[in-house]
Write a protein that binds this ligand. Structure first.
Ligand code: SF4
Ligand code: SF4
Length: 389
């Protein structure tokens, strides 16, 4: 197999993060200290070397950047301040842009004008839609479902869900082609896709590799703060997404429920989790008090800010509704959707959220490839013995 060398690749990668890999002299300290690196996946040294040499196809076929969880241990041990952890992050952004066939992810990652402009464009679209098509405005009591008929909002939800799924899944399919199908000599039995599927579900739900990259071995769940915080934000995001997309008719209601009702406490849990996760990320990036937050690409700000504003406007909306204030409820509802919509439409298939899907798929694809290689090697050995007989 031959690969093209692209001498401009490092310059291209620099658009995706604080890349300083020219200073790396390949000592391998980073790989030796990394808690997640293995002999099969010796990152970050290997893919830093590939990037230095401009071997873009090798990187495109690699899962390694997705196996890094940015603990920062490698950067702390690097004798050349080559910032290997941030290089992995830049590679993940670059890979996200390569998987995305629309080209939008590349534009959002490399241009603030595109990133911010797209958010404002979608927000304006939502506001104009409500200005033109809102239902009757009842002012003597709160009638949210008259102002914004739930069956129409639900229809919009489903259209958005189909669109998001299409873009995300088609990008994951391209990721599959790059990672799994690039090696034409590797035969993959179909049953491996089924038998390894548990990896996908297990890693999506538990993010368990994060725990191995977090603080000390033997610590409890509550002591593994980064893994714990990540799980909390993922659970809040997943719950909020399910409530506003799948159970909207139950969640967007004009009824007033007592405090113990599940409709309220599920919403409260999701809101608190989003506030906590987004607040933690923003404060960390302002304070820069750990390796993970030392460098911030514009996309690192956009997602938590949109999450924070979504949670904040959700709280305001809920408060105005329970206080019985019709106009503030309707206005806040429109603002809430104007923030929520770009947060979902832009971040899920094209932005920072996408790593939540790409990481478990990378682990799944890697497991399939490794198992297929073992099967193929044992088959080759058996064929050789049979021929010798
Ligand atoms: S990034 Fe730093 S630690 Fe890793 S191989 Fe290069 S010089 Fe060594
Ligand atoms: S940031 Fe942590 S997980 Fe990522 S390559 Fe460095 S040591 Fe390994």
């Amino acid at each position: 197999m031959t690969y093209r060398v692209d001498p401009t690749f490092v310059d291209e990668l620099k658009k995706y993060g604080h890349v300083n890999i020219e200073d790396c002299f390949n000592c391998g300290n980073c790989t030796a200290i990394c808690p997640l690196s293995t002999s099969e996946t010796p990152f970050p040294r290997k893919n830093i070397r590939q990037a230095q040499l401009g071997l873009r196809e090798n990187l495109l076929e690699s899962v390694d950047p997705w196996l890094c969880y940015y603990c920062g241990e490698c950067t702390l041990t690097c004798p050349r301040q080559a910032e290997p952890a941030e290089a992995q992050m830049a590679m993940r952004r670059w890979l996200t842009a390569q998987y995305d066939w629309t080209g939008l992810a590349r534009k959002f990652y490399t241009s603030k004008v595109w990133e911010i402009g797209a958010v404002f464009f979608l927000a304006a679209f939502i506001v104009v839609t409500f200005v033109l098509f809102h239902g009757p405005i009842v002012t003597d009591h709160v009638a949210l479902n008259t102002f914004a008929p739930v069956h129409l909002v639900e229809l919009g939800d489903y259209v958005m869900l189909v669109g998001l799924s299409f873009f995300l899944l088609s990008n994951i399919f391209r990721m599959y082609l790059f990672i799994v199908r690039s090696d034409k000599s590797l035969k993959i039995p179909f049953k491996l896709y089924i038998t390894e599927a548990w990896q996908l579900l297990y890693n999506t739900v538990t993010q368990i590799r994060y725990a191995k990259c977090d603080e000390e071995e033997g610590q409890s769940f509550w002591e593994k703060t980064r893994w714990r915080n990540h799980l909390i934000i993922v659970s809040g995001y997943g719950l909020m997404f399910t409530l506003v997309v799948v159970f909207l008719r139950w969640f967007q209601t004009d009824n007033y429920y007592p405090i113990w009702h599940p409709q309220r406490w599920l919403g409260y849990y999701a809101t608190i989790a989003l506030l906590f996760g987004a607040g933690d990320a923003i404060i960390g990036r302002i304070k820069k008090d750990n390796e993970m937050h030392k460098y911030s690409h514009p996309s690192d700000w956009m997602f938590p800010i949109l999450l924070l504003l979504t949670a904040f406007t959700g709280i305001l909306l809920h408060t105005f509704r329970y206080l019985g204030l019709p106009l503030p409820t309707y206005y806040t509802y429109v603002i809430h959707l104007a923030i929520l919509t770009p947060m979902l439409v832009l971040e899920v298939p094209f932005g920072k959220w996408a790593h939540l899907a790409y990481r478990p798929f990378a682990i799944y694809f890697e497991a399939i490839k490794e198992k297929a290689k073992v099967l193929q090697e044992s088959q080759t050995t058996a064929d050789a013995y049979a021929a010798a007989d």
